[in-house]
Design a protein. Structure first.
Lengths: 269, 351
């Protein structure tokens, strides 16, 4: 790969990272919110590297890289100016030694265009019911309760909470902690995931670092017709005791109201 | 330092117009090149931007297949998440080779590899990153004269025993500090054992040590910049390969497969060890994945967390790119076997 292309590639990656962080917020489909500052810093470094590279390489097109990195090859004479040609390294020191003497980048560097193309051409959305339904085999345990147990819920209007907190509170009596859900109404936010025979789950994916480690949190919604698959909804309802009480049951919620909402800014919990 | 211009002229004198030097423009063309090159760069850049912008408008809305979307999301997630750490790693690696005096590491580390290996392994505790950062840093250390066995112990230990990862482990296993202790102990022991085995049996010709000639004075910043770009270009493509492989497994492995094997004692450890390799989850997140695998015994979860930061698809790709395939085919099976054995032992005694 020629140095010019390498520099452009670096700048392109920087632009793509800025596009998903500063411009659109799409990075939340892929990683935790805490990555924002890291990604912006990475983008700035990439843009700088590429811009400085283009500036310097354009002024001194056939110097620098060979100079600083290949002093030992005084008798080599094998470095093509065109980095693409340098792939056919003319002074083999053995099959494993050619690489570090090349001025250019290996052909595999072209693969770095793939994530850039994926960002612009496919712009994949957040993981949804496809992944959640696959992830049920390793469905998430309830989040561990806080060390002092769950605080009692306030009386009155329905309490918004995450699905993982709802599941945690629902399992609390199972672990010998006081039950906090009976007698209260809650509001849960998630997407619709069919569970067969017209029934459906309200699901949300939980990620620890990036979407590759996503696992599903789900509750079984009772008493409401299923909205379209993968649509985002808010379910207001109350906990009902599940028929069985083992650790792997999907906790139910008796729905009082189901309302469609736009996709949340951060699609994961 | 060789003066490049003199070198170029000399090689022309010696070889005439034969060989690869043919593709070089004569030296006196240089003044005419910059404007052409700059214009070409602008044209290529404009073309790429146009294609991407049109693609965003006309192609992206039509990609609706769920499998393709899920695959691309996971693929991008791995690439996007790893990039900051890769940048951190290659920058640190470049700084080590360009700004740290060549003799420093020889003085800082014990001379005998048998002693240097555990010291370097324990030093891994201070690099706060995941595994993508440690590969280029280990390469930089080797290029600056650190014994390969010691640099390899550092490579294996750093992503597993640094504070960020240990805190993440403690958060993922609340009320179970023995998981953190077992992870730290088993990871450090595996790294040191692997380093010692390499010191005893490893051969120089298997390992391709990245070449980094020393530079001084004004050239340093330029060498720094070029070293970063060089490492990024070499490691980046392989990171993409690893991300694509992990994404494929994420959407393709039938969900029932894994949990069915959870109950069998020895098999469950091996299953999670292999799963750690295939999923390629970042070491800062793997504790959360391990704790979500509720059907499995603690020893199997420990194996998942010990193997993952040392051997996974993107690491196999990165190590092959940095140290050569002949190194990778020997070192990776060695690490995997040691990691599984040590975590089985640690799980049996500690958990």
């Amino acid at each position: 790969m020629k140095k010019t292309i390498q520099n452009l590639l670096l700048m392109l990656i920087g632009v793509a990272l800025l596009r998903i962080t500063v411009v659109s917020g799409e990075y939340l489909n892929y990683v935790r919110p805490a990555f924002r500052i890291l990604l912006i810093a990475t983008a700035v470094i990439m843009l700088l590297l590429g811009a400085v590279g283009i500036w310097i390489d354009a002024r001194t097109p056939d110097q620098d890289e060979q100079d600083s990195r290949h002093d030992s090859n005084v008798n080599g004479g094998g470095h093509g100016y065109a980095d693409g040609l340098a792939d056919h390294d003319s002074h083999h020191h053995g099959p494993d030694h050619g690489h570090s003497h090349k001025a250019g980048a290996p052909r595999t560097a072209w693969l770095l265009f793939l994530p850039v193309l994926a960002i612009f051409l496919i712009a994949p959305p957040a993981l949804g019911s496809f992944t959640a339904s696959r992830a049920t085999a390793r469905s998430a345990p309830a989040a561990a309760p806080p060390s002092k147990g769950y605080a009692p819920l306030p009386d009155g209007s329905p309490v918004p909470m995450s699905i993982s907190e709802y599941i945690g509170r629902a399992f609390a009596p199972h672990d010998g902690l006081p039950a906090t859900l009976p007698g209260h109404r809650v509001v849960l936010t998630g997407f619709v995931m069919p569970s067969g025979q017209g029934r459906w789950y309200l699901a949300r994916l939980h990620i620890a670092c990036c979407a590759a480690d996503a696992f599903a949190m789900q509750v079984s919604v009772r008493g409401a017709a299923m909205p379209p698959k993968d649509s985002w909804v808010q379910v207001t309802g109350a906990w009902t005791p599940p028929p069985k009480t083992n650790r792997t049951i999907v906790q139910p919620i008796a729905a009082l109201a189901v309302s469609r909402i736009p996709k949340p800014h951060d699609p994961y919990e | 330092m060789t003066d490049r211009a003199a070198f170029r002229t000399a090689s022309h004198d010696a070889f005439g117009n034969l060989g690869d030097e043919d593709v070089l423009p004569p030296h006196d063309w240089a003044p005419g090149r910059p404007p052409n090159l700059r214009i070409r760069v602008i044209w290529v850049a404009a073309l790429i931007v146009t294609v991407l912008a049109l693609g965003r408008l006309y192609v992206a809305p039509h990609v609706q297949v769920q499998v393709v979307q899920a695959w691309t999301t996971v693929f991008l997630a791995i690439c996007v998440q790893a990039l900051p750490f890769l940048i951190f790693g290659v920058t640190l690696s470049a700084a080590i080779t360009v700004f740290v005096p060549p003799g420093f590491w020889a003085r800082a580390l014990p001379r005998r590899p048998a002693v240097a290996v555990p010291v370097a392994g324990a030093a891994g505790a201070v690099l706060p990153g995941c595994e993508c950062a440690s590969v280029p840093v280990a390469g930089g250390l080797m290029a600056r004269g650190v014994a390969p066995a010691a640099a390899l112990a550092f490579l294996l230990a750093a992503p597993a025993i640094n504070p960020v990862v240990l805190v993440a482990t403690a958060v993922a296993f609340p009320g179970r500090p023995e998981m953190v202790v077992a992870r730290f102990g088993a990871s450090l022991a595996t790294s040191v054992l692997a380093g010692w085995v390499w010191a005893a049996f490893g051969r120089t010709e298997w390992l391709r040590i990245p070449a980094r000639p020393a530079v001084g004075g004004d050239r340093r910043w330029d060498a720094f910049r070029q070293a970063i770009r060089h490492d990024l270009m070499h490691a980046g493509g392989f990171l993409v390969v690893g991300g694509a492989a992990a994404a494929t497994l994420n959407v393709a492995v039938p969900p029932g497969w894994v949990s069915g094997l959870a109950g069998i004692p020895v098999v469950s450890v091996l299953v999670l060890a292999v799963l750690a390799v295939l999923l390629s989850v970042c070491s800062e997140a793997d504790a959360f994945v391990a704790s979500s695998l509720t059907a499995f015994p603690s020893t199997a979860k420990l194996a998942f967390m010990v193997v993952g930061p040392m051997v996974d698809l993107k690491l196999i790709a990165l190590q092959s790119a940095t140290f050569g395939p002949r190194f990778a085919v020997r070192f990776i099976p060695l690490t995997f076997a040691l990691a599984v054995a040590v975590s089985a032992l640690a799980g049996w005694t500690l958990l």
